[in-house]
Design a protein around this ligand. Structure first.
Ligand SMILES: [Zn+2]
Length: 556
């Protein structure tokens, strides 16, 4: 059957800055700085001529041709086109150390940046900040397109992988046809190679994150063979059951991570906390007046525990109902599997429980967890689901490591803040619960043989790292990497890339890697405080609408 147009995924590879010579470092800095100035110049021109450049039915696009007429002289033209010996803003004169192609790439980057601002303005009105207001100290990376860079492999050199870039700083002023090349050593891991193999590497950009680390970001267009049969495509819903925080679910298909939802139960958490405080107070009282045999206090304690338990049950029922509705809705579109994480040490906690303090809470948690899992299982069984056995559609999987392992590459990540997950190896940044939910879904895929044969495990491995053992190994191999990234700068920023990177990725290539939109949903803002718009992965607007229209607890 026909091949679908495919999704673009972004693959971030660390540049081995330490091993670069001073000269190549300097060249790279010069190129990135020059590109950034050129992009800013284009942005200024677009802003100045916005009215004449706007095009499209909704006036939300920039007319490339008209912009060229303002900025680029044309002396060698195709027959039938007039020459353009002078233009209003002559960018070639302004940037004499830049080739025509590079200027065009800067123009395209600026246009994409501006168009994403336009769509933001459509949504948010005039408070959307203009791309020109991006801090002058931030560099805006240019998108380099396929013909002008190469990823090279050299077995014998100290770094096996290199990014071969055009360096026209000297060749253009000297009038040379052949440009110099700048070779950048890359820290490529098997994960990165697998990502590249998924499709065609289309474009690349180089940027520095907030912790001054250099990265090469590649845009890969994923090629997917459409399934020939008419049955519903398979999908896995991973559920990360946080008892005292939001419940997070993520939907995964063989192609990609589709949507993430947060089911928040704020009232429940507050009420439960209140009762826990009361219990703690009473317990203190008991231990203080040990001799006065406070029968009344014990009775009150029992009552409060009873109340607390009832409230928890009531809220859990509501939660299960929402989850069941959501699952039913998804079942119309997919052959759905549901994977839920099993709480760590659930038995130990219950055994040790002595009705006091944190251990008591731990026990309550495991009760609540078991209760929710059981009701969900029961509800699905009533809908005719298979809920027991190895290949069943509902499975409880081990939660071990799911919260700290990067779902993309299997490396141990860092969590500078409770809700914020960041991977030192592939640069992935996301909400920590979302990362956990995806890992939980991935575990079900690994465990379920019938899913492997649906389209071959390979496809799933593309959308989520499924090899359990390889993940654990990868984690053990790099125990120290996490620490180096935990600089004080990082903890406060959480931003990583510049706004520009975000904007450019968003529109230039329609970066559809996963539906990160729900991560940006204002409804989950409080659980996502460390993830600004910039920090999360790149969303697509379409998916946002999809997610919103289907709704979640959070939005009601
Ligand atoms: Zn990673």
């Amino acid at each position: 059957m026909a091949r679908s147009r495919g999704t673009i995924v972004s693959v971030k590879v660390p540049i081995n800055w330490e091993s670069m010579t001073n000269r190549s470092r300097q060249r790279l800095r010069q190129i990135v700085g020059r590109d950034s100035r050129a992009i800013r110049a284009f942005l200024g021109i677009i802003e100045q001529h916005e009215n004449e450049l706007l095009t499209g039915r909704k006036k939300n696009r920039i007319h490339d041709g008209k912009l060229d007429k303002l900025t680029l002289t044309a002396l060698r033209t195709k027959t039938g086109f007039g020459q353009r010996p002078s233009v209003l803003h002559d960018m070639k004169a302004r940037f004499p150390r830049m080739s025509q192609n590079e200027l065009q790439e800067c123009r395209q980057t600026a246009v994409a940046l501006y168009e994403s601002f336009l769509s933001l303005r459509e949504k948010k009105g005039w408070q959307a900040s203009r791309p020109r207001t991006i801090k002058s100290t931030w560099r805006i990376p240019r998108w380099v397109f396929t013909q002008r860079f190469k990823i090279e492999y050299n077995e014998s050199s100290f770094s096996k992988w290199w990014l071969n870039l055009r360096d026209s700083l000297d060749s253009v002023p000297e009038g040379r046809k052949t440009h110099d090349r700048l070779l950048l050593p890359l820290k490529i891991s098997p994960f990165h190679i697998n990502q590249f193999r998924r499709g065609d590497v289309k474009a690349c950009q180089i940027f520095i994150d907030r912790s001054r680390k250099w990265w090469a970001n590649f845009a890969v267009r994923v090629v997917i063979d459409e399934a020939p049969d008419t049955s519903l495509p398979p999908a896995v819903l991973g559920i990360d059951l946080g008892i005292e925080k939001a419940v997070c679910t993520t939907l995964i298909t063989p192609e990609k991570v589709r949507e993430t939802k947060f089911f928040k139960q704020k009232e429940k958490v507050e009420l439960i906390r209140k009762y826990d405080r009361l219990v703690a107070d009473l317990q203190r009282k008991i231990s203080i007046d040990d001799n006065s045999s406070p029968d009344g206090v014990f009775q009150k304690l029992r009552q409060i525990r009873h109340k607390r338990e009832n409230i928890a049950r009531e809220y859990d029922r509501v939660l299960v109902k929402y989850l069941l509705d959501y699952i039913e809705e998804l079942s119309n579109k997919y052959t759905l599997y549901v994977s839920i994480g099993r709480l760590k040490n659930i038995r130990n906690v219950a055994r040790k429980g002595n009705y006091q303090g944190s251990q008591f809470r731990g026990m309550i948690h495991s009760w609540a967890f078991a209760r929710i899992t059981e009701s969900l299982k029961h509800g699905l069984a009533q809908k005719g689901w298979s809920v027991d056995g190895k290949d069943s559609k509902f499975q409880v999987v081990s939660e071990a490591w799911t919260s700290i392992m990067c779902w993309k590459c299997g490396t141990k990540g860092v969590r500078p803040k409770q809700n914020y997950f960041k991977c030192p190896s592939c640069g992935h940044k996301t909400n920590a619960d979302r990362n956990g939910a995806i890992n939980i879904a991935g575990r079900l895929i690994t465990l379920t043989k019938s899913l492997h044969s649906v389209r071959g495990l390979g496809k799933w491995e593309d959308s989520v790292k499924t090899g359990k053992h390889s993940r654990l190994k990868a984690r053990k191999k790099k125990p120290s990497q996490g620490k180096s990234l935990l600089s004080s700068k990082d903890q406060t920023s959480g931003l990583g890339e510049s706004a520009a990177v975000h904007f450019v990725q968003m529109d230039l290539l329609g970066f559809g890697d996963d539906s990160k939109m729900s991560d940006n949903d204002p409804a989950v803002a409080s659980t996502m405080e460390t993830l600004s718009v910039v920090g999360s992965d790149v969303p697509t607007l379409k998916q946002e609408k999809e997610t919103r229209s289907s709704g979640g607890i959070s939005s009601r």
